[in-house]
Design a protein around this ligand. Structure first.
Ligand code: GLN
Ligand code: ZN
Length: 740
């Protein structure tokens, strides 16, 4: 540590979007992966995006600029590389980084899963007893030096050691490697100190979930040790996505100089309790446990698109000032989860615009709040209104439904199907863009959609699938499409946010009461049915997912909003059924996403989320088969809720995670489709490998209830890949059916 630690900047953000305001990084990555451009071009685009970000943040008046928040794919994967935790099998790959992220023809990628309760996905590091940690600080140093050359002093941002291990494949068990990992972090601090870096940000979002005493002890040990490094930058530990709870006093008792609190999701009670608990009576800032520390008050939300309510922020800042020695203003989490700039949305209704803030506007808010005088008349925010009653479902028991459906559908054992989407071809995307730009007529566009539906249906017939889908060519996205057709939503032109790697979504903005002015999917489902004699599955997105993947109004309790959407989905289910669609899939891949990170509140959430799903689907008669789909398998916490959805068939990701879900879902007494191959990777599976997997599946699940399908939708793949993979899948299912 320098003799005198420089003060923490008055204003900062924990991180910034990195995909580019026009998704420049996405284009550069895809060109590089397709071999259309070289590594130098990819690196040039990355450097340009970083430069643009620093310049913009500085122009907006932000004092504390972060660096190392850029990533070519994922910041958790970057951390694994930083620490040398690259599994042996990837080391010989042409590009080990992208081999871990995306796999190669011979090598499956590392697993990917959701980042806390957001829609961002990270690559899960593998940390075993044999992992040899060795610091490789190339990336943070390069970004630091690039910024310096441009005249900007930055604060490198690195995922902290405890969160890194907790997020790794073995979870808390990986903390057995804490001491070794800490060696790398100590070395990193030394390297950064030698560069003259004043502050480093270590992100520890895992601390906002419930942690065991052993895990809290790991936090203590980690930050005692890092605090004891003789020559190091100031340590800023940031805890996004929730309340630090019991981890706050632990961190406060270590030598870290600054702590970042998410004051949008919580934090104030913990702060007051910390002061009250350790001091008799109220703790003045000069004497409390945070007296010598900077609190970076995350009062501007990094994960919604609403302007910060100044009264609420001022109140939070005032409470923090009562307890902390020094207070800086920041965001609740990285701005990674919001679009770049409201200025890129000229079409939005002016009344709505006035309520919105994207990343640039949020930076301006941070700067503004940091400049404002500490006093401000501010009352505590009002508690939210009481919740709406939970409606009950009215379908018959499963046995009755199953019999009615079997009589109607007449499917073979091990029926084959897909999850809904077929490849979104370049022509289709171009047509949609032309429609939006007004250079293609709606009739011509719809003609193209019909042609795509026909192609998908013919492909499935030719390959021999049992339950067909129309392929979703009319949908840009499974949530946005519904938002465009329901009242109460606005959609953006350029409001992209990163989901994983080069993949982005454009979350709609749910700003008013939701209703369905007219049927949304029925005409396409009808068209698909008219093309074939085989059963076609209708395809809807569930109410929780529609809400989870939108930016949602904050003036109503979330559950009330979800029930409004459930009502709209229910009307659509009924209309599909009336149009003769025998199977309706209502996807709820985001069920886990809204789960509160702490146990308190989880059961309450799941109760209303399940009730909303059942409200959406229970208008269907017994002979209509309801499917649901989930994209991940580390679902232990919500398995009984998935079961309670009471779908006739549940398709779930399984192949990518080695079938570990099988035992758990076997207990559902209904149809199950554990995915037989990973669709995230361009790799095409062989029939033999799928057959093997199915054999394993049949050891765990009764044959009469097993469906055969991929892990997820096929829209990111090419027709060539899809045809080969589905042909292998059908072959495998047929071989097993033919066995006695
Ligand atoms: N029906 C959607 C599709 O196939 C489901 C996507 C998802 O689960 N995320 O694309
Ligand atoms: Zn999925």
């Amino acid at each position: 540590m320098p003799a005198v630690q420089p003060a923490f900047p008055r204003s900062t953000v924990l991180g910034y979007p990195r995909i580019g305001p026009r998704r420049e990084l996405k284009r550069a990555l895809e060109a590089y992966w397709d071999g259309r451009s070289g590594r130098a071009e990819l690196d040039r685009v990355g450097a340009e995006l970083r430069e643009r970000t620093w310049r913009r943040l500085a122009e907006l008046g932000l004092e504390g600029l972060p660096s190392n928040t850029f990533s070519l794919y994922d910041h958790v994967l970057d951390t694994a590389v930083l620490l040398g935790a690259v599994p042996e099998r990837y080391r010989a790959a042409e590009d080990p980084y992208f081999a871990m992220a995306r796999g190669t023809q011979g090598l499956a990628p590392l697993r990917m899963t959701k980042w806390f309760d957001t829609n961002y996905h990270y690559i899960v590091p593998e940390v075993g007893p044999e992992t040899v940690f060795a610091l490789d600080a190339t990336k943070p140093l390069a970004e630091l030096r690039q910024a310096r050359a441009l005249g900007f002093e930055t604060r490198p941002v690195v995922l902290g050691p405890v969160t890194f291990l907790l997020l790794s494949e073995r979870g808390a068990a990986a903390l057995d490697r804490l001491d070794d990992v800490l060696g790398c972090y100590e070395e990193l601090l030394g390297v950064l100190a030698a560069e003259g870096v004043a502050w480093v940000q270590l992100d520890e979002p895992a601390l906002v979930a419930d942690r065991t005493p052993g895990e809290l002890a790991a936090v203590r040990r980690a930050y005692q040790r890092l605090g004891a490094v003789a020559a190091r930058p100031g340590l800023f530990v940031a805890a996004a996505y929730g309340d630090l709870g019991e981890a706050l006093p632990v961190l406060a008792a270590t030598p870290v100089e600054a702590i970042g609190l998410d004051l949008v999701r919580g934090g104030l009670d913990g702060l007051a309790a910390l002061a009250d608990g350790l001091q008799a009576g109220s703790a003045p800032a000069e004497a409390g446990p945070l007296a010598g520390k900077t609190v970076v008050a995350g009062v501007v939300s990094g994960r919604d698109v609403w302007r910060t309510e100044p009264g609420r922020a001022a109140y939070a800042l005032r409470v923090v000032r009562e307890h902390a020695g020094d207070v800086a203003v920041g965001t609740s989490c990285s701005l990674l989860h919001v679009p770049y700039d409201l200025a890129a949305e000229p079409d939005l209704d002016p009344g709505l615009r006035a309520r919105l803030a994207f990343a640039e506007q949020k930076v301006a808010e941070v700067v503004e709040l940091a400049r404002a005088a500490p006093e401000g008349e501010a009352a505590a925010p009002a508690p939210s209104a009481p919740a709406a009653p939970v409606a009950a479902g009215e379908r018959g028991p499963y046995e009755v439904r199953a019999a009615a459906q079997a009589g109607r559908l007449r499917l073979p054992p091990l029926p084959t199907t897909t999850i809904g989407s077929f490849p979104q071809t370049g022509e289709l995307r171009a047509a949609r863009a032309a429609l939006a730009a007004g250079t293609l007529s709606r009739d011509a566009y719809e003609e193209q959609v019909r042609a795509e539906i026909e192609r998908a249906i013919r492909t499935q017939e030719r390959l021999g699938l049992d339950v067909l889908v129309h392929g979703e060519p009319e949908r840009n996205d499974m949530v946005q499409y519904f938002a465009e057709h329901l009242d109460g939503f606005a959609v953006t032109r350029n409001g992209w946010v990163q989901s994983y790697g080069s993949r982005c979504t454009r979350p709609p903005i749910l700003h008013g009461d939701v209703s369905r002015p007219q049927p949304v999917t029925v005409r396409w489902a009808r068209y698909a049915r008219s093309l074939t004699n085989r059963p076609v599955k209708g395809m809807l997105t569930g109410p929780v997912t529609i809400v989870a993947w939108s930016f949602v109004r904050d003036d109503l309790p979330l559950r009330d909003v979800v029930f409004q959407v459930a009502e709209a989905v229910r009307e659509e289910v009924r209309d599909l059924e009336a149009a003769g669609v025998p199977i309706i899939q209502v996807d709820e891949p985001a069920l886990r996403e809204l789960l509160p990170l702490r146990r308190a509140g989880q059961a309450g959430y799941l109760e209303w989320a399940v009730a909303a799903y059942r409200r959406a689907t229970s208008g269907a008669g017994d002979a209509t088969q309801i499917h649901t789909h989930l994209c991940y398998s580390d679902a232990d916490q919500i398995l009984s809720a998935i079961d309670a959805l009471d779908a006739d068939v549940t398709t779930i990701e399984s192949a990518r995670s080695g079938g570990r879900i099988l035992g758990a879902v076997g207990a559902f007494g209904r149809g199950l489709g554990p995915g037989v191959y990973d669709i995230h990777s361009p790799r095409v599976p062989g029939a033999g490998e799928i057959e093997e997997l199915l054999r394993e599946t049949l050891k765990a699940l009764p044959a009469g209830r097993v469906w055969v399908n991929p892990d997820c939708g096929l829209k990111t793949r090419t027709y060539e890949q899809v045809e080969a993979a589905l042909a292998a899948m059908v072959t495998a299912a047929r071989r097993l059916r033919a066995e006695p």
